[in-house]
Design a protein around this ligand. Structure first.
Ligand SMILES: O=c1ccn([C@@H]2O[C@H](COP(=O)(O)O)[C@@H](O)[C@H]2O)c(=O)[nH]1
Length: 275
């Protein structure tokens, strides 16, 4: 998917919402548990209920690979369903991979070729040769971890040398490998106030912003500090949407939560003159 296709979707749906498919089998509504593949039925219902207000879906791979072969089958069916039913929607494999070059090549093949995701989250810690194999796929995206939403982000990411923090170094250095047409960055909504400094370094890149919803990040603050003229944001909420209700009403309630966020997003996009 291209940058322009992504931006067109933002304008058409008046949304920059990503729904996170962190589909923990232990939290799936009981009535689905008799199905052959309960997690797939759950994902399908969530996707059908939210596809008109979401521009992206982000299955977090941990919730699938933890279930072994069955989980991988669910994951494959889910991404195939999204791509065949809603081909305009951006898919993110939240896998946080990265290894020595030949191993990264295999991770890239697994998620971008075999599973046909549009993008994958990648950890930058092992440097250039661990990241560039993911950039060899035309039309696909690397989403590099920059400043994460969790408390542990303070352990390393704020380490400073010569006036540059580690996450700033990631932003600067990685621009030698990719550009705003094939690379995005993860920045946690819980650290929204850092977004204006981040925009000074990467004014045009899309940012994937998790941490709104269950982690308490503020959508208004994310937009205030992080939105650019092309929106430049993909804001994720997982548990706050998909587990809003664990009864037979789960898809309707998921939709309500997604629409709430989309309506706030539409106001923020309008205030910025983007729509
Ligand atoms: O810094 C990061 C990077 C990734 N994530 C992932 O996003 C979702 C957030 O889920 P919620 O339920 O909306 O909190 C989840 O898959 C994380 O692994 C993140 O939260 N922060």
């Amino acid at each position: 998917m291209t940058y322009n296709e992504l931006f067109e979707q933002v304008k058409k749906k008046k949304s920059f919402l990503c729904v996170g498919l962190d589909s923990d089998i232990k939290k799936i509504p009981q009535h689905l548990m008799d199905a052959e593949d309960p997690v797939f039925e759950f994902n399908k219902a969530i996707v059908d209920a939210t596809a008109d207000v979401a521009i992206a879906y982000k299955p977090n791979i941990a919730f699938y690979e933890s279930r072994g072969v069955e989980g991988w089958i669910t994951l494959e069916k889910t991404v195939k369903y999204i791509k065949s039913t809603y081909p305009e929607i951006f898919t993110i494999a939240d896998a946080k991979r990265g290894d020595i070059g030949n191993t990264s090549e295999m991770y890239a093949r697994a998620f971008l070729e075999t599973l046909e995701f549009d993008s994958i989250t990648v950890a930058p810690y092992m440097g250039e040769d661990s990241v560039t194999p993911f950039l060899k796929y035309e039309g696909k995206w690397v989403i590099l971890l920059a400043l994460t939403s969790n408390k542990g982000a303070f352990d390393f990411q704020f380490f400073e040398e010569n006036g540059e923090k580690l996450y700033e170094r990631v932003l600067h250095k990685s621009q030698e490998w990719g550009n705003d047409r094939n690379m995005m960055y993860v920045v946690g909504a819980t650290k929204a106030e850092m977004l204006s400094g981040i925009r000074d370094i990467v004014p045009n890149h899309f940012l994937l912003v998790p941490g709104v919803g269950a982690q308490g990040g503020s959508l208004e603050e994310v937009a205030k500090y992080g939105m650019n003229a092309h929106c430049g944001l993909i804001v994720n909420s997982s548990r706050g949407i998909i587990f809003a209700d664990k009864t037979e009403n789960f898809a309707t309630r998921a939709r309500e939560e997604a629409v709430k966020l989309q309506q706030q997003m539409a106001e923020l996009l309008a205030a910025r003159g983007i729509i």
